[in-house]
Structures are given as structure tokens and as C-alpha cells.
Unconditional design. Structure first.
Length: 378
């Protein structure tokens, strides 16, 4: 994205006469943004404002914690490899509801991360104004993103359904909701159930979360069997710095190497990992349950460009989804941090929405029976 770097405090988009300027307090009442600037970005950034997978000496941790690189880097930590002896699992039947919507299935949602440094509340306002079908809530350091009642009020006020909840599994959210990663997933599931979201997005553990990593695959299966909410595990990438590469996730950043009930594919992460995105989609098969749509150029940084501005097969993936009867959601998760104004940010998000709907609509109708039938695990 060829934009000039600006200070963090971009002006907000002009407020709608129906909408308070920013956020809510802890009780769900409207309140102005807390003095002292915006919260941390939902993904790591370098000092130029670009999204970066890691960099020694990165931004400080949330208050009360030691400094850390944007996505963490424990060089002395080891990790739990995947056990190749794990018995294969089969999948339980999954309903395929087809709501009447004003655009082609699947629905297109806006990630609240896409409006940073603006607030969660602003994301709902922009999504409604531009005509998105809903939002995905990134749970992070913005208090509104952690408050189920505040989120419900935003959803009702803007008539924007919450389609997915992104669990707080970034390094900068290690203290959000709990320091126990399993508690985080339980709370994400509860939030999704209460808000009517169909999906919880979760990253694989950091390699230094050794106990969590050892039980992660089985634990996600157990949680998935207790709810109708999908736990869709997202592909990540190795961290690179100059000529060094570090495997930062366990069991693996390539989630197709392990046995999960549902996957999320993120095309920006595929670019950063220099992975064939279409090949990854094929490996995920009918377990692909959620899409984070963004572009990239293969940089070591996690770029999250507007679709069409990088070299990823964004159009091809969207057309594949329609042809194969994909029954999940497509979420625009792009970086607008360097937008010069609120109007420029909205133009980027409108462009991303138009691109997505155009290519979802280009494909022929899904082939009857394309969605595979799933059977019970074990």
C-alpha cells in the first residue's frame, strides 16, 4: 500500500448523527475515548507503522508486563512437536444454514482490526455505512471488544450481526480475559454463543506455551464437540529477521499438518509464509470454515494489504469458495493504519468489499452435493 506514514492519532471518520463518537464504558454506556491515545494494534507493527511478524526490541507489553517483540520471541523456549501417531478423526455432521441475504453467500464481514487505530465502536459504524453483512470482533486491549453487553448494543444499534469472535491469542493480548489460554477460548466460545456468532478464530499456541501446545489439538476437538460454534484454527507463518527464520508456533504454523475440525485461512499469512494459498485451501478441503481475506507480496512483514494490491490469488480463492459451496464467512482483515484520513480508510474498506463481492458473484452456482458430509469423530 503506497501510503505515507503518519502519526498514530489519525482523525476519525465524520461521526454519523446516530452514532456516539467512540466506544462505551464498562457498563455498556456510551463514553468518549480514554485519554492517552488508542490501544495497541491487534497485530504487531514495526516502527514505521507496518505490520511485522517480529523484530527484536519491539513495542512494550501491556501495562504490568515486561517488554517483548510484537509477536513474542522466547529463544530459550522449546515446543511440543506433533505426535504422528495420533489416531485420525472423523467429523461430526455440520448444519449448513442458508440465510436469505442481500449478497451472494458467503457473507462478507469486516474485522474490527481493520480500522485500527480507530475503536471497535467505529468498526461497527463503518461496516454499517459501507454495507458489510456483519463484523468479526477482534478481542484485544480495547475494553469494548471484551464487553459482551457493549458489543450486543453496538450490534443492535447498527443492525450489524457479529458473525465471528477472534479469541485474544496475540502476544499483546496475553492478559486479556485471562492468562490461561484455555480460559480465553472458553470465554470466546461463551461470547460467540451469547452474541450469535458462528465461529471462534484461534491461532496455534506459541512454542513457549509448552503445556498448552501439547494438548492443543485434542483440547480444541473437545471444545468443538461441546458447542455448535466452530473453532477455526488459523494458518500462521515462521518469523523471519534478516537471514534468520524461527518456528514460533506449535505444533506448527502450517495448521494443515495437524488434525483440526475447522480451519481459517489467512491469505496475508500465506504470503508471509511464502506458501501456495490455493494448495493450502485444497489441503483444508471441506474443513475450511472461515476466511481472512487480505493480500500480501511475500514480505517478512505480515502486510494485510487490500485484496488486489499484492500477489496472492485472492480472486481465485473467492471464486473457488462459491463453486464448492463454502458455508462459512469471508472476513476483510486489512491494515489501514497508514491511511491519511478517515475518508481514505473507508475508501480502502469499500474497495475491499467491492472486490470480494465481485469475485464471489463471478462463479457459477455451487455444484449440488459439493459440500461434503461429515461424520462423527472416532
Amino acid at each position: 500500500m503506497a501510503l505515507t506514514t503518519t502519526a498514530i492519532g489519525h482523525p476519525a471518520p465524520p461521526a454519523s448523527p446516530r452514532t456516539p463518537p467512540h466506544g462505551t464504558d464498562r457498563n455498556g454506556d456510551w463514553a468518549p475515548r480514554t485519554p492517552g491515545g488508542p490501544p495497541h494494534p491487534p497485530h504487531g507493527t514495526d516502527h514505521d507503522g507496518d505490520w511485522a511478524p517480529h523484530a527484536p526490541g519491539g513495542h512494550p507489553a501491556p501495562p504490568g508486563g515486561p517488554p517483548h517483540p510484537p509477536y513474542g520471541d522466547d529463544h530459550n523456549a522449546d515446543w511440543a512437536p506433533h505426535d504422528p501417531r495420533r489416531a485420525p478423526r472423523t467429523l461430526a455432521p455440520v448444519a449448513n444454514p442458508r440465510d436469505d441475504v442481500r449478497t451472494p453467500d458467503p457473507k462478507v464481514a469486516l474485522s474490527t482490526a481493520s480500522v485500527y487505530p480507530e475503536s471497535t465502536a467505529t468498526a461497527f459504524e463503518i461496516a454499517a455505512r459501507l454495507g458489510y453483512d456483519g463484523v468479526e470482533v477482534m478481542v484485544w486491549t480495547d475494553p469494548v471488544s471484551q464487553d459482551i453487553e457493549a458489543l450486543r448494543r453496538l450490534s443492535d444499534y447498527h443492525r450489524m450481526p457479529i458473525l465471528a469472535v477472534h479469541a485474544p491469542c496475540l502476544l499483546i493480548t496475553q492478559r486479556v480475559w485471562s492468562t490461561d489460554p484455555w480460559v480465553k477460548l472458553q470465554r470466546a466460545r461463551a461470547a460467540a454463543e451469547k452474541l450469535g456468532a458462528s465461529t471462534v478464530v484461534v491461532h496455534p499456541p506459541f512454542r513457549w506455551q509448552r503445556q498448552y501446545a501439547r494438548g492443543f489439538v485434542d483440547g480444541v476437538w473437545r471444545m468443538a464437540n461441546e458447542t455448535d460454534v466452530r473453532f477455526a484454527v488459523e494458518n500462521m507463518y515462521p518469523w523471519r529477521y534478516r537471514d534468520r527464520e524461527m518456528q514460533a508456533y506449535a505444533p506448527d504454523w502450517d495448521v494443515t499438518k495437524d488434525d483440526y475440525r475447522h480451519f481459517t485461512i489467512d491469505l496475508s499469512h500465506a504470503a508471509t509464509s511464502r506458501t501456495d494459498a490455493l494448495g493450502m485451501v485444497d489441503r483444508m478441503g471441506d474443513r475450511l470454515g472461515h476466511v481472512h481475506l487480505a493480500d500480501g507480496k511475500g514480505s517478512a512483514k505480515d502486510e494485510h494489504l487490500v485484496p488486489g494490491r499484492g500477489n496472492q490469488p485472492c480472486a481465485e480463492v473467492l471464486e473457488h469458495l462459491t463453486r464448492t459451496g463454502f458455508d462459512g464467512h469471508v472476513v476483510i482483515e486489512v491494515n489501514t493504519r497508514r491511511a491519511m484520513s478517515g475518508a481514505e480508510r473507508e475508501a480502502d474498506l469499500a474497495e475491499a468489499l467491492a472486490f470480494t463481492r465481485e469475485h464471489l458473484a463471478r462463479s457459477a452456482s455451487p455444484v449440488p452435493g459439493a459440500a461434503a458430509t461429515r461424520t462423527d469423530r472416532r
